[in-house]
Every structure is written in structure tokens, then in C-alpha cells.
Write a protein that binds this ligand. Structure first.
Ligand code: SF4
Length: 123
């Protein structure tokens, strides 16, 4: 069996399309560049090595809860931000700003100065 035949058979057996390594490199490369912009250092294979990535304000969940990285730009925030939210836990400094975890955005960080419509006063 030649290489092409091997991958075709593998795809039929597993039901998973086999993607050429060069295509994966392109995906990981663009993902790493996007993560770099978001403040996380890329690691081998495209995963974030500098810790969790920041929430992208343009992702669907973020938009659904009206997430903004600066609460001052959201009049609805009424002066509240993530640091006063019960879902927030301070974790580290990112891009010179406080950042932490949020129950709403598992596996990602939010800025302490961020805000979203799910804000809930810290007890
Ligand atoms: S739920 Fe709270 S901590 Fe999470 S993004 Fe919204 S305001 Fe920030």
C-alpha cells in the first residue's frame, strides 16, 4: 500500500479526514499568531504556553454576554467590572493588566477591568 492509499484507508476506518501536515502547519501558524495578539505565548504545536488565552471579545459567547475588555466602554456596566464579580478569580498579570479566570469562560482569562452582562456582585 502506498502512502496515499494508507491515509485513504485510515480515513475510511476512523471516519476522520486526514489533513496534510502542511495544512496543519498553516492552521497552527495562524492560530499562534492570533494567540500572540491576545497576549499568550505560542508553544510547539500551537498551544498557549504562557498560560490560558484571553477571551476574544468577538467570540460568540463573549458577544452573547456583551463582554468588553474595558468596563468604561460599557455604560451598562455602571462602574462594575470583573474584579467585583462573583465569577472572577484573580490569577496573573497579562499585558500589564490584572487578569483572572471567570466561571462563564472556562479555560480562558478575562481582564480585571473587563465586564459582561452576567456580572454578579461578589459576596
Ligand atoms: S461573569 Fe463576571 S468575571 Fe466573568 S466576564 Fe462577566 S463580569 Fe467578568
Amino acid at each position: 500500500m502506498n502512502r496515499r492509499g494508507f491515509f485513504t484507508t485510515l480515513a475510511k476506518i476512523t471516519g476522520v479526514a486526514v489533513v496534510a501536515p502542511t495544512a496543519l502547519n498553516a492552521v497552527f501558524s495562524s492560530s499562534a499568531q492570533a494567540q500572540k495578539k491576545r497576549g499568550a505565548a505560542p508553544a510547539a504545536g500551537g498551544a498557549a504556553a504562557g498560560g490560558m488565552p484571553l477571551v476574544d471579545p468577538n467570540d460568540s459567547v463573549a458577544k452573547a454576554v456583551k463582554y468588553v475588555e474595558d468596563y468604561k466602554k460599557a455604560p451598562e456596566a455602571k462602574g462594575n467590572n470583573c474584579t467585583t464579580c462573583g465569577f472572577y478569580a484573580k490569577k496573573e498579570s497579562r499585558n500589564g493588566k490584572e487578569a483572572g479566570t471567570c466561571t462563564i469562560f472556562a479555560g480562558k482569562l478575562v481582564y480585571g477591568d473587563a465586564w459582561c452582562a452576567s456580572w454578579n456582585k461578589k459576596a
